[in-house]
Design a protein. Structure first.
Length: 228
């Protein structure tokens, strides 16, 4: 089985290269890549534009049997805890501002239900080298950090637990191509009414990213062993 693992944010990519060091990277027009066994790790870049472009590039050039996105997200205070991993079942790109017609219709156009019926027992599992604190759920995406004032609406309207910048684009492009897609995002920091833990202190995000990505990378082989 050919597997491509997309890594989005620069901080995530640095962490992954260090965790799997030494690696021999190769340059592509869209970003760096390297191989570890049957896995091709590909730097997808941050934001919707890079995420969409690199997802299509990876599908066209590597023809994976499974496209995976491992990464981070910001959690909504009171809805989820730091370090928890979201097995993404649906993505919604929420920063679309439609004022000429139905805004809900515009949001729905770029919302994606992920078909996870191919996962054994629907996932998630406890893998051999330790448990993952996993919750199945919806992830909202936007080309912006979480604005505290948006959280009540995102929770009430969509049932969102957390947000990121890329998963909405990755899921949408993957579904258009008809392939299997698995998105696992770990919570690095929380955002609440008083602001974000990493806002104005990006080192909080960088340090938490190292821990989250280490957890995901170490546990991921256990997931693959159960996927045919």
């Amino acid at each position: 089985m050919k597997v491509v693992v997309l890594i989005s944010a620069n901080s995530e990519w640095r962490a992954v290269k260090k965790i799997l060091s030494p690696v021999k990277t190769q340059s592509t027009p869209m970003g760096e890549r390297f191989k570890v066994g049957r896995l091709t790790y590909f730097h997808g870049g941050w934001g919707k534009i890079s995420a969409a472009a690199t997802t299509q590039y990876a599908i066209d050039h590597f023809r994976p049997d499974l496209l995976v996105n491992l990464g981070t997200c910001g959690g909504f205070e009171g809805c989820i805890e730091r370090g928890m991993v979201i097995l993404v079942t649906k993505t919604i790109i929420y920063d679309i501002l439609e004022q000429m017609s139905d805004p809900d219709e515009a949001i729905a156009k770029y919302s994606t239900e992920l078909d996870l019926s191919w996962l054994p027992d629907g996932g998630p599992w406890t893998v051999d080298n330790g448990p993952l604190s996993i919750v199945r759920g919806l992830l909202v995406s936007a080309d912006r950090d979480i604005v505290p004032g948006d959280i009540p609406r995102l929770v009430e309207k969509y049932g969102a637990l957390a947000a990121d910048w890329e998963s909405g684009a990755i899921a949408w492009v993957a579904k258009k191509n008809g392939g299997r897609c698995l998105i696992l995002r770990g919570v690095t920091d929380l955002v609440g009414p008083s602001g974000g833990e990493a806002y104005g202190n990006i080192e909080v995000f960088h340090e938490a990213t190292k821990s989250v990505m280490k957890n995901l990378i170490e546990q991921f082989p256990g997931w693959l062993d159960r996927i045919s």
